[in-house]
Design a protein around this ligand. Structure first.
Ligand code: FAD
Length: 282
């Protein structure tokens, strides 16, 4: 027999969190894992009713998204489409419509799968995570949130409350997911690229983030430095692709081989740069 908590506010949730319940949002990961393992929970806290975890708005902090926002809400949000189109694209690739209607961004982040599609997008957008718990709230840069394979900065009695993308957001935003199919496919490689146009045909503020190529979503700092070191050209795109292949160390698993992941990751970056070369302004 388990205890269920359905707090309506963070203040109510704080009290219940002290009892260390398992948090549940859309349950699209949790139920799959519970079913596979036969695991049972003594206490469960439903985060979907917490007012402070709802809603997507643009405010002084930036594009401010409740952790309980579903991917359908995210991809349909005018604010997300305008300021974070690469996140809207990521949301559109998660599962199919049924999953997008249930799955939340907070659940995707907390589940911390290396294949989670929103994770590289948030890394490329330099997001911040608002965490809430019995000791109050704290804001952490998403860059530092994932500490290892499926481990995060989140304490057992804390919630992800909100996800914030600082504004103005980058004017260049590209998201590519490579999977077996267009829908219902777990990614083999996810690439999110952001930046701003520099003078001429160059780029600045470049962030290149990838998923499914390491234990945590990863920024490719050397590739970013190369891309912004000179104007865009076909030669630069080729060298960036070669550098991607050199710096990433993906693994073989049931979804793909390391060799395929390395090759396709490089080619996705190469093609993205060629598209930007052909399209002089956003
Ligand atoms: C058929 C299918 C297809 C899928 N396809 C994809 C895909 O293409 N891409 C992809 O990335 N994922 C995919 N998933 C995985 C899953 O849908 C996502 O990871 C989803 O975002 C999880 O969100 P949720 O709200 O359902 O989380 P839940 O299952 O409710 O929770 C997941 C984990 O997060 C924790 N949690 C939830 N909310 C919070 C919070 N606010 N604060 C702290 N911890 C929290 C829970 O305790 C749990 O550990 C798929 C799943 C299924 C079943």
């Amino acid at each position: 027999m388990s205890v269920g908590y359905s707090p309506k506010t963070l203040a109510e949730a704080q009290e219940a969190l002290g009892k260390r319940p398992v948090k549940v949002a859309g349950a699209t990961d949790l139920l799959v894992i519970d079913h596979a393992t036969g695991r049972e929970h003594a206490a469960v806290l439903n985060v979907l009713g917490i007012a402070e975890l709802q809603g997507i708005q643009v405010d002084d902090s930036g594009l401010n998204m409740g952790a309980a926002s579903t991917f359908t809400q995210i991809r349909r949000s005018a604010g997300v489409v305008r300021h974070a189109p690469l996140l809207a694209s990521a949301a559109a690739t998660i599962g199919a419509a049924q999953i997008q209607n249930r799955a939340t961004i907070g659940g995707n982040i907390a589940n911390a799968s290396p294949a989670g599609d929103s994770l590289p997008a948030l890394l490329a957008l330099n997001a911040r995570i608002v965490i809430a718990g019995p000791r109050g709230r704290r804001v952490v840069p998403y860059d530092s949130f994932h500490t290892g394979y499926r481990t995060t900065l989140l304490e057992v009695d804390e919630l992800i409350a909100r996800v914030i993308v600082p504004l103005p957001s980058p004017t260049v935003q590209i998201f590519r997911k490579v999977g077996t199919r267009a829908a219902q496919a777990i990614s083999k490689v996810v690439v999110a690229i952001s930046g701003n146009r520099a003078g001429g045909s160059g780029l600045k503020d470049v962030r290149v983030a990838m998923g499914s190529i390491a234990a945590v979503p990863t920024r490719l700092l050397e590739v970013e430095a190369l891309i912004q070191s000179e104007p865009l050209s076909a030669g630069l795109a080729d060298r960036a692709a070669a550098l991607v292949e050199k710096v990433i160390t993906p693994i073989d698993d049931i979804r793909s081989t390391a060799e395929y992941r390395r090759h396709v990751a490089g080619q996705v970056v190469r093609r993205a740069l060629l598209v930007l070369l052909e399209a002089p302004t956003e």
